[in-house]
Write a protein that binds this ligand. Sequence first.
Ligand SMILES: [Zn+2]
Length: 100
Amino acid sequence: MRPEPGRTCLGCRRVRPKRELVRLVRSARGVVVVDARARAHGRGAYVCPEPACVARGLDRGRLAHAFRRACELAPDLAVSVQAAARAGATGDSSRTTSRR
Ligand SMILES: [Zn+2]
């Protein structure tokens, strides 16, 4: 049993369990995309799959700060974040803290 890894959301700046966030990566061409499988190498950024956080977090300035390099947003990045969140919510049911 180890503590859940926490990551900071780009939008609200809150630290949340990694599984509740969507991971973003910056491709070699500088385009930020969703890392749906969370397997890409290098620095990642995280955002809550909530409209407010997506709207605030998916900003070139914030992403450039997170990745420490200039970034371009993929055209459908916000949509991809929501889709990834839905896929993750149905695919991961291994909750260790669900004890009543
Ligand atoms: Zn957030």
